[in-house]
Design a protein around this ligand. Structure first.
Ligand code: IDC
Length: 556
């Protein structure tokens, strides 16, 4: 039998990656002349003790929408593993807790409390492929223990030769006929009475029925049934044609406003005025209060013509000397410069209310309402203007309690002036928890949910979350990503960046790179010596800038 033991294991790390010191440098004229230290921690998965043969490559199933659970060797880049204490002088920074946990195979992060769990399968699809039986299953585990548990693992029996071709929200390993799934970092804790779900696509030499007897934390769970009910073996579907979890969208086009007009959201996709799937790709400014110089027509023209991009994101920080603390009129004038330049060039432009150190959008909600009232009224006839209403909620800002109600209020303000503009809504944990939005989405139309990643920090696990949310029908927009780690500095990981961008292109999801500045940090696209005025030569570009330019030009 050619199927061998497959091991998929991961090392989970929550690390805080600190950037100390700063160099505003460059030729931008700062409005505030301040650029404080950044520190953005994030979780990362890094491959652990895997040999090449341990790593299972992506499933070849045509219906497989995800990257398979594969730990990339490039995950083990030192930067993501750096554990650093938060800055002493900034204890309340939003990029707070430093937690580094190493996870060994099949062992939950902390001692699990065994006891009573309920399990329920949802197994929507089965199909046959090259003589093998394929399917997609999701299991929900409910904690009926009466107390919270921290860390879980589930075991089920599978046929010989069973393969997992893709998976989400768990760590999967197969030993003989035992499939073990253990928690990933973000779903380790299950409160009393709450549940978590994970899922996988499989390929099996014999028919597979998700078994009723799932062992959770060492004890049989109570089977709460499920949509499949274990009947597939006896009643195979009439047709065994491949049935993907969710079909891939038709390839998206990218282009300029004159050809594509006003954008809107249809299902999971951003579409142009003809209803065709459409992608925005481009650069985000750095904080406008620090690097205003890059907002000019010549720079945008170079980004359009030489970099082949069609969108600019204007990142207006609310804190750190930004709008709520700084010179409002100057910043609004700068936004207008940006909107006018983009409009003249036929580019799309995003007005980004860049919350960060003010971690909860509720904090500056009154200012946000006034700001978006003014912007949406001023730009109501601009087909190319999109609004991003809260860059990155963090520090405990909760989707249901804080962000969703905030979004409802701001969206209604914008809608009064601009009834159908596209609005991007940030999600919890620095716009990583799109699953929270997927579980309780907004009712408003033409809304996209922000997912942000930094490639040297956020890897497979966040891509798996994206896939799971895509399959649930969530429209996602990557309004910010970096090739480096979450501090905006450190080593670039172009291998991971490519994995991300390939996936985004597959799903037709738009993406915007951080950042359009010449600061001495790896996420800045330009060297400190570069001018702010476009027509950049190869020598002006940072490592990240050079890579991104190539990528946008289709030479990546
Ligand atoms: C960073 C900048 C850095 C600046 C800092 C200020 O790169 O120069 O000192 O902000 O807080 C984000 C944020 C984005 C961060 C970036 C890198 O949206 O504003 O920019 N990052 O830390 N989320 C994740 C990473």
């Amino acid at each position: 039998m050619k199927k061998q033991l497959k091991k998929i294991t991961a090392l989970f790390i929550s690390s805080v990656l600190l950037l100390s010191g700063c160099s505003c440098g460059g030729q931008g004229t700062d409005i505030t002349d301040q650029d404080p230290t950044a520190s953005v921690p994030s979780e990362a998965i890094t491959s652990d003790t895997l040999t090449e043969s341990d790593i299972t490559s992506a499933g070849t199933s045509g219906s497989d929408q995800t990257s398979s659970v594969t730990s990339s060797p490039s995950d083990s880049s030192g930067t993501a593993l750096t554990e650093t204490a938060p800055p002493q002088n900034n204890p309340a920074a939003p990029h707070d807790p430093v937690v580094t946990t190493k996870k060994t195979e099949n062992v939950p992060q902390t001692n699990p409390v065994s006891g009573s769990f309920g399990t329920k399968w949802n197994s929507p699809n089965t199909w046959e492929e090259n003589g093998k039986y394929c399917g997609s299953c999701e299991l929900t585990i409910t904690n009926n223990n009466g107390t919270a548990v921290s860390g879980w693992s589930a075991k089920i029996t599978v046929p010989n030769g069973f393969e997992i071709t893709s998976s989400w929200n768990g760590n999967f390993s197969i030993n003989g006929t035992t499939l073990t799934i253990s928690n990933v970092e973000y779903n380790a804790d299950i409160a009393a009475g709450s549940n978590i779900s994970f899922g996988f696509n499989y390929r099996s030499p014999s028919k597979f029925t998700p078994p009723g007897n799932v062992v959770v934390n060492g004890k049989p769970s109570s089977n709460n049934g499920g949509s499949n009910g274990g009947n597939n073996n006896n009643n195979p579907p009439a047709t065994l044609a491949p049935q993907p979890v969710k079909p891939l969208p038709a390839p998206a086009v990218i282009g300029l406003v004159k050809d594509h007009g006003k954008l809107s959201v249809k299902g999971t996709q951003l579409v142009d005025k003809y209803g065709k799937n459409f992608q925005l790709k481009g650069m985000s400014t750095h904080g406008l209060q620090w690097f205003p110089g890059f907002v000019n027509e010549s720079a945008f023209k170079t980004l359009r013509d030489d970099w082949n991009t069609n969108v600019i994101r204007l990142a207006m920080y609310t804190a750190e000397g930004g709008y709520c603390e700084g010179n409002k009129e100057k910043l609004k004038a700068l936004i207008d410069d940006g909107v006018q330049a983009a409009t003249k060039l036929g580019m799309y432009v995003i007005i980004d209310w860049h919350i960060l150190h003010d971690n909860n959008p509720q904090i500056n909600k009154a200012e946000a309402k006034a700001f978006f009232e003014e912007m949406s009224s001023k730009y109501k006839n601009y087909d190319n203007v999109l609004y991003e209403i809260c860059n990155e909620p963090n520090g405990g800002a909760d989707w249901d309690r804080d962000i969703k109600p905030y979004a409802e209020e701001i969206i209604s303000v914008i809608r009064k002036n601009s009834p159908d503009s596209v609005i991007i809504v940030g999600t919890p944990t620095w716009s990583q928890d799109i699953d929270k939005a997927a579980a309780n989405p907004l009712k408003e139309k033409n809304v996209l949910y922000a997912l942000h990643f930094y490639a040297a920090t956020h890897t497979d696990w966040l891509r798996q979350r994206l896939t799971a949310c895509y399959n649930k029908g969530l429209p996602v927009f990557v309004s910010e990503f970096g090739c480096c780690d979450a501090s905006g500095n450190g080593g670039n990981d172009f291998g991971q960046t490519k994995l991300w961008l390939d996936l985004l292109d597959k799903y037709g999801i738009s993406y915007i790179n951080w950042n359009l500045a010449n600061k001495n940090e790896s996420s800045s696209a330009f060297k400190e010596s570069a001018s702010t005025n476009g027509n950049w030569s190869a020598n002006d570009l940072s490592q990240s800038g050079a890579w991104m330019r190539k990528w946008f030009r289709g030479e990546g």
